[in-house]
Design a protein around this ligand. Structure first.
Ligand code: PHE
Length: 520
């Protein structure tokens, strides 16, 4: 078609905007996929009328795994009346969505079984702990009536502590110094003409104006510290005692606070983030309830999957199931070991993603010293110690007790902690945390539980890493005969519940389309 005959999208939008105003124009942009953050495609759950209108019946589906992906599949298929059975190896639902409370037992492969001795009301999100507002996990919370509250993912009052620092500093102090010096350097370089070839005079002025704000620079473009660094005595009736003068530029650079201070710059981590009230497992409790507990068999480890000419056969501890289709949501490294007749390329593909180790420890205290002594209400301390992060609770403020996540680490650090018995993990975590918080960190501990996801039975990893998104990743997006795959591991949202949910929606959409098109 020639240019002149086509109404350009721009011309159309200008017209719609003139006729209907900004709202109409924005709606039109959404329809054209041009609005910011427009969803690529909206998910439409299968519904009973899809069948009645076509005179077809819903199929029987066996779902492997009652984690977030498996439960989402069964939930969405169930809306249209699919006959779903979910097989789960563990004696609980949820998979990696795990909240531990008083009396909960946590088994470990090749290790001891821990029992949470928390007080009534204390909980520990041992798996996922935060949800970004754009993620589909938020939509499921809304739809299922799971109340949410803010998860404080960044707190200027939390600490930063690296090997390059003499003592921990508040994040606000470290940030003021790093931004301050960076702004000074760039402002002075610009002023000295270093960017004259890149910038017009007007742009140089605009840049300088921004840098003065960014770094809180003096009139001479020098960073000399400011109240952004915080106070030793907070202001009130008096002006307070400021936190002092900044360390030298060289000391600030050698402190190496860059990782800590950019932690939440990414689209997955930016504030505000959210958590379900009362524990992350509220999501799986709601999903499992909506699926129907009678459809979920726990303690039912799958031992084999077979494509048949007219269905699937799944063997599990306790029996054999025949169904029309199967959705396999187990971690790929476990699926790869399962006897099946899906073919060698599928096994090879399932072996491609590499499991990643991660661990957490929940430290319960009888006094909320982080609030009372440190005035930290939620948020995260970042450190290059092997504990990597300390999470302060984003709920229960001012209550009597609380639980701090004493480490959340991955890969080598997680292997190191995971290789120790719980008591040694705890002692190591306390020794490290003491460097930031002092003696109370050990002295006031009430109880603790630690998890090493690579040692969790039926899971064997925190998440996976794909060396490439070609080949194996693409192959497993398609069904192998009547067996579909789903899980966060099949998305670009690995290690997020939203990934599991998005992947489940994709499998459900494709399976349903196939069922509607199949004649027999
Ligand atoms: N979702 C996990 C978390 O919030 C793991 C993760 C971290 C995934 C950072 C991506 C980016 O900690």
């Amino acid at each position: 078609m020639s240019e002149s005959k086509v109404m350009t999208r721009r011309a159309l939008l200008v017209g719609v905007g003139a006729a209907g105003g900004a709202g109409a124009m924005f709606a039109a942009m959404g329809a054209l996929g041009l609005a910011p953050d427009a969803q690529e495609k909206d998910f439409v759950p299968p519904q009973p009328s899809d069948f009645s209108l076509r005179g077809r019946a819903a199929a029987k589906v066996v779902v492997l795994g009652a984690g977030v992906a498996g439960l989402t599949c069964a939930y969405e298929l169930g809306k249209a009346g699919y006959d779903c059975t979910v097989l789960e190896a563990a004696d609980r639902v949820g998979g990696r969505n795990l909240t531990l409370r008083r009396g909960d037992r946590l088994p470990e492969t090749g290790g001891e079984t821990q029992t949470a001795e928390f007080e009534e009301g204390t909980y520990f999100n041992a798996g996922p702990g935060r949800i970004a507002q754009w993620m589909v996990a938020m939509d499921y919370c809304r739809e299922l009536g799971v109340p949410i509250e803010t998860f404080v993912n960044n707190n200027a009052s939390a600490y930063v502590y690296t090997g390059g620092m003499k003592a921990p500093a508040r994040a606000r102090t470290a940030r003021a110094d790093l931004y301050g010096y960076v702004a000074e350097l760039l402002a002075k370089a610009t002023h000295a003409g270093a960017l004259n070839r890149r910038l017009t005079k007007d742009d140089r002025e605009r840049l300088a104006e921004f840098l003065r704000r960014f770094g809180d620079l003096g009139p001479d473009l020098t960073y000399g510290g400011s109240t952004r660094r915080g106070f030793e005595t907070y202001p009130g009736v008096t002006g307070g005692v400021p936190a002092g003068t900044p360390p030298s530029l060289s000391d600030v650079l050698s402190a190496g606070t860059g990782r800590a201070l950019t932690m939440d710059f990414g689209y997955e981590q930016a504030m505000p983030m959210f958590q379900p009230v009362g524990g992350m497992d509220a999501i799986v409790t709601a999903l499992a309830g909506a699926v129907g507990r009678d459809r979920i068999r726990t303690g039912a480890r799958v031992t084999g999957v077979k494509n048949l000419p007219d269905g699937v056969e799944v063997a599990y501890q306790g029996g054999t199931l025949r169904a029309d289709y199967c959705v396999a949501t187990l971690p790929p490294h476990l699926l790869a070991r399962l006897p099946h007749n899906l073919g060698a390329p599928i096994t090879a593909a399932l072996r491609t993603p590499v499991p990643v180790a991660a661990g957490k420890i929940g430290l319960e205290y009888g006094r909320r010293w982080w609030e009372i002594d440190d005035r930290i209400y939620g948020g995260i301390t970042e450190t290059d110690l092997d504990i990597t992060h300390i999470w302060y609770p984003s709920h229960g403020y001012h209550s009597r007790s609380g639980l701090v996540v004493g480490y959340y680490n991955t890969e080598a650090n997680a292997e190191l902690y995971g290789g120790l018995p719980h008591r040694d993990r705890r002692n190591r975590a306390l020794t490290q945390g003491k460097k930031i918080h002092g003696d109370k960190y050990r002295a006031e501990l009430r109880s603790s539980v630690s998890i090493a996801w690579q040692r969790q039975p039926h899971i064997e990893g925190a998440w996976v890493y794909w060396p490439s998104h070609q080949g194996a990743f693409a192959l497993l997006q398609r069904p192998a005969g009547r067996v579909y795959f789903a899980g966060d591991w099949l998305t670009h949202l690995i290690a997020w519940q939203a990934g599991a949910m998005e992947s489940a929606r994709k499998a459900v959409t494709e399976l349903h389309r196939r069922v509607l098109q199949t004649t027999s």
